[in-house]
Design a binder for this molecule. Structure first.
Ligand SMILES: [Zn+2]
Ligand SMILES: [Zn+2]
Length: 1010
């Protein structure tokens, strides 16, 4: 289709006649009234003829009763205007303020539209769309469907007629005919459409051959289209954009402007309630977030469901804009650099593209409420939007596939269709769940990423590794760019130019060649200066002509400047370049810009003249270059030029030989002479990789390197203080016979030492025990790094890793159904679709495991000691285990770390319970374990399923048998007391904190933590 036109008509009717609706005969006064309206005798006859036709309500199929009823309303009602005390009662016509007028208008308008469609069809103007009953995701494109006429959307008096033609001339003809028929129709029903700009407009998209000349014709010369009707001619303005029901239509695309407009509306909404609502600390964050969604995001996405956003630039703009809104909501300072992932997790709201998905899916559901009366054929034809929607459906399914019985929409669409048609409420809930799931999955991903990056950072800070994955190094760009004065390096030619302009005010030379928005050589008008500049870059002839003419204009604000943006806004991208007429200069001396800097060239020679000692030549030249704000590109050209111009005669007056100068200059021409140009540089912002798989590869590489980077490093020595602090993470409730109990008992034998066990658990201390807080993690990690904490032990919750999940109990979703598998060997950080509750469990499990890993790594670098306990690897292909994680393999490669395997059944546990310990230090642990064993044979009890009391049988297993605790405590104490000690003291506040965090909450039975 070469041309497409959206002819829009928003006739704002100044008057319409009531009697046409209800079919009364006007009285004598009525005739007077008609004369008053300016209807002449002919018209009066026609009016009578119209009245003789069936009335609009009769045509609409109303029964006699309803017709009489409406006639009665017409004749026997009154209304008031504003606060005027008097009452208006009309027997003829209507006037503004009459609430009945809308009814009158509605019937008349529908009558008009019906006949309008018929006439347009006679002239073969309308497009045809297929008739289909229900929407289908994958319509059979080969099936031939019956078609029907399609006029366009209409809301009250706001009509949008859509036309298309195969040529630009065709679109012009169709628009003219359609408009003239419409205006005549209105006239015949005594309606007066408002033809002013902004009320009745046409907007055309010209494509293909001659579209430039059509654009010139309508957007530049005449901004109206002449309409010849039966009763005279009128003009309808032609526009490049049109606002229909609050949404902007643009002759090219939904573009930048509409996104900008939507973002501005959202920012305004945020600003207006910012202090009282969004940034009010007295209101809970979750409430504030909800209000943000209702008050700001809803305004942002209004009408957005129908966008397709083709250009990547527009997508980027929308993405950036939404992220900026989120930043404002979080009150992040401008200089706070956080990754997008981090920002999205902190704000806990949908990603910009998820926002769009949500809109489209909801809208699709809303469309189904229209049932059969919706024009599904239009949707069928909108391939782009349907492609997006299909992707959205698939996205939704990927979020919920593990928690609902719905199949893949691609293959099980009937089930989805049923849902859309009959369970609209459930559809909305489903979308909401999909979004919440996506947000929770993102949070989960970030926690898993942190598990890796925190360990990486700990190693990097002590320089045990040189770099982390993701420091995207752009090693040695092929071309070199930089500024000789600032000694800074840029990555590209344009980056160099931007630096020269921003820091040194160097204007591009071509900008001196023109002052206005046309090219002075070929006299083409480009409407913006940015386009003239682009033209001069590419049109060698024009550029050389102007340089030959020695054109020196005052550079005007160019690309990206406000003035230029205003200029661009004036034409709205609608007008192509136009050829202006005028005298052209004839002397065609073509010349190019000189690539070198004359000032630098002269100054270099002068510097050589002033030089005292030929030994200093390189230093003098370097200093001279450094004094000039020139780019490396210009500097190199200048040096080359110097070499070309320099003759032995020039050298005679210098205090050095001709060859010396040449050698020195040739050396300076090389990039190698300027180290700053060759630095490898990183792109700002991308500090660490946000891809877990990259981290896993990094870990694997380190784990299996023959010589790890830290082999030549020694861990820092342990602190010599007699106060020893041990962290017990996720301690939970205390009970007699636990590890701490044995530590306290054993510590009594070593009176020279003071041993403190701090229970880092949220039930002990809501602030310093809450590992999910960044500050808490930093607090403890800081003390480990400084050597204040020397021991750590933890048994991170294993429920999400448990092999017991592989035993299915009863039905999948029944009340007695066991927990499902949430981690797999391929997705150890959580399966991609989970229940929200499961996601929360996985999240906390990963978080606690990550803290344990990080503590052990930090302690390994400070000669600390400790262990992490977890169930033994089941050694089965389909089961997941932390002992197979790449990060764990890497940790094992650190000095003094090893794995110890045992069975808790040998220490008195009810079942075998194979366990593995990640042990740091503690050389005697095997001996101690052997000593404390209470049986030589493993028990045969199984501990999966539920016990008599309905609790899972795995619950008591969370607690260690006392003999096992004693062995661990003894080994730990032995290791801690093995080093000598001095009288140095640890910071007092840490000791107080540890004393406070001593678990005092004793329970008396083994089992569930209640
Ligand atoms: Zn500079
Ligand atoms: Zn030109």
């Amino acid at each position: 289709m070469a041309g497409a036109s959206r002819q829009t008509n928003g006739p704002h009717f100044s008057r319409s006649d009531r009697s046409l609706l209800s079919g009364c005969t006007p009285t004598r006064s009525g005739r007077r009234y008609l004369r008053k309206l300016g209807l002449q005798n002919d018209a009066l006859h026609e009016f009578h003829a119209k009245l003789a036709e069936p009335s609009a309500i009769a045509e609409a199929g109303a029964s006699q009763t309803v017709q009489r009823f409406l006639q009665a309303i017409h004749a026997e009602t009154w209304f008031r205007l504003g606060d005027q005390p008097d009452i208006v009662k009309t027997s003829m016509g209507s006037r503004p303020g009459d609430s009945y007028a809308d009814v009158v208008f509605g019937f008349l308008w529908s009558k008009l539209l019906h006949s309008y469609v018929d006439v347009l069809a006679e002239h073969d103007i309308l497009e045809r769309i297929p008739i289909c009953d229900v929407p289908d995701l994958d319509p059979d494109t080969h099936a031939t469907l019956e078609t029907q006429q399609f006029l366009g959307p209409n809301w009250m008096d706001d009509l949008n007629v859509c036309l298309a033609a195969s040529s630009n001339a065709g679109i012009e003809r169709k628009a003219g005919v359609a408009l003239s028929i419409l205006l005549d129709k209105c006239k015949s029903l005594y309606m007066a459409p408002n033809l002013c700009k902004g009320k009745t407009e046409t907007m055309s998209t010209f494509r293909g051959a001659e579209s430039r000349s059509y654009r010139r014709k309508y957007f530049a010369q005449a901004s109206f289209i002449a309409v010849v009707g039966e009763h005279g001619t009128s003009q309808v303005s032609v526009v490049s954009r049109y606002l229909h029901l609050g949404g902007l239509l643009h002759h090219r695309d939904i573009d930048k402007i509409e996104v900008t407009r939507r973002l501005a509306i959202a920012h305004q909404a945020l600003t207006s309630h910012r202090k009282i609502l969004f940034h009010n600390r007295c209101i809970e964050w979750s409430k504030r977030k909800d209000m943000f969604v209702t008050l700001v995001l809803s305004k942002l996405v209004y009408g957005l469901e129908s966008w397709t956003m083709k250009a990547q630039k527009t997508k980027d703009q929308f993405y950036g804009g939404v992220m900026k809104l989120y930043r404002r909501l979080l009150r992040l300072p401008h200089d706070c650099h956080i990754t997008d992932l981090d920002l999205l997790v902190r704000v806990g709201l949908p990603k910009p593209d998820e926002l769009l998905r949500q809109c489209r899916l909801r809208y699709y559901g809303t469309l189904h409420n229209c049932g059969q009366s919706a024009q599904w054929g239009v949707l069928r034809e909108d391939h782009e939007w349907m492609t997006l929607l299909k992707d959205d459906m698939h996205w939704l399914w990927s979020q919920i596939c593990n928690t609902s019985h719905l199949g893949d929409p691609q293959t099980h669409y009937p089930a989805w269709k049923d849902l859309l048609f009959h369970h609209g409420g459930y559809w909305k809930k489903l979308i909401k769940r999909g979004i919440l799931h996506a947000i929770a999955q993102r949070a989960n991903y970030l926690v898993a990423l942190r598990l890796h990056s925190d360990v990486g950072m700990t190693l990097l800070q002590q320089k045990w590794v040189e770099s982390l994955p993701g420091n995207e190094v752009i090693a040695r760009p092929a071309e070199h760019y930089g500024c000789m004065q600032c000694q800074s390096q840029q990555l590209s030619r344009s980056g160099e130019s931007v630096h020269m302009f921003k820091c040194h005010g160097h204007v591009a030379q071509a900008r001196h060649l023109f002052a206005e928005t046309h090219c002075p050589a070929c006299l083409r008008e480009y409407h913006t200066r940015a386009k003239v500049l682009a033209h001069l870059r590419h049109s060698t002839y024009c550029r050389q002509c102007l340089i030959g003419q020695r054109m020196q204009c005052q550079p005007a604000p160019g690309t990206g400047s406000k003035t230029d943006q205003e200029l661009a806004a004036c034409t709205d991208g609608a007008i192509p370049f136009q050829q202006a007429q005028g005298p052209r200069s004839n002397h065609n001396r073509l010349r190019e810009f000189e690539p070198h800097c004359i000032r630098l060239l002269e100054d270099l020679y002068l510097a050589l003249l002033d030089m005292q000692d030929s030994e200093q030549m390189e230093y003098v030249l370097r200093t001279e270059i450094h004094r000039h704000p020139v780019s490396w590109t210009t500097c190199r050209c200048t040096l080359v030029q110097f070499l070309e111009d320099f003759t032995p005669q020039d050298a005679e007056v210098l205090p050095c030989t001709y060859q010396d100068v040449r050698d020195c200059l040739q050396k300076l021409c090389q990039v190698d002479a300027w180290p700053f140009l060759q630095q490898t540089c990183c792109r700002a912002g991308e500090q660490m990789s946000t891809d877990i798989s990259k981290w896993e590869t990094w870990c694997t590489d380190l784990a299996f390197q023959t010589e790890a980077p830290w082999t030549r490093l020694q861990p820092l020595p342990r602190t010599l203080s007699r106060q020893k602090v041990i962290l017990h993470a996720y301690a939970g409730r205390r009970r007699p016979g636990d590890i701490e109990w044995y530590i306290d008992a054993a510590a009594k034998q070593f009176s020279t030492f003071m041993i403190f066990v701090a229970s880092v658990d949220i039930v002990i201390d809501a602030v310093y025990g809450d590992i999910s807080r960044d500050e808490t993690r930093e607090y403890w990690m800081g003390h480990i790094a400084q050597g204040h904490v020397v021991g750590f032990f933890a048994g991170p919750p294993c429920n999400t890793w448990s092999r017991a999940r592989h035993h299915s109990l009863g039905s999948k979703d029944g009340p007695f159904g066991g927990p499902r598998v949430v981690r797999t060997p391929t997705e150890p950080w959580g399966v991609s679709s989970l229940r929200l509750r499961e996601l929360a469990q996985v999240n906390i499990g990963t978080l606690l495991l990550g803290f344990a890993f990080n503590c052990i790594v930090a302690l390994a670098m400070r000669s600390g000691t400790g262990f992490v306990e977890h169930p033994k690897d089941p050694d089965q292909e389909e089961m997941v285990s932390i002992w197979r994680l790449p990060i764990l393999r890497m940790i094992l490669a650190l000095p003094n770390l090893r794995l110890v395997h045992l069975a808790q059944g040998l220490f008195g546990a009810a079942s075998a319970k194979p366990t593995t310990l990640l042990v740091l230090g503690m050389p005697d642990i095997e001996v101690m374990l052997h000593k404390q064993r209470i049986t030589a044979h493993l028990p045969h009890g199984a501990s999966v399923g539920r016990g008599q009391d309905g609790q899972f049988r795995t619950a008591p297993l969370k607690e260690y048998p006392p003999a096992f605790c004693q062995a661990l405590a003894d080994a730990l104490i032995k290791e801690l007391t093995s080093t000598e000690c001095s009288e140095t003291n640890l910071p007092a506040d840490l000791i107080t904190r540890c004393k406070e965090m001593k678990g005092q909450l004793f329970g008396h039975h083994i089992g569930h933590d209640g």
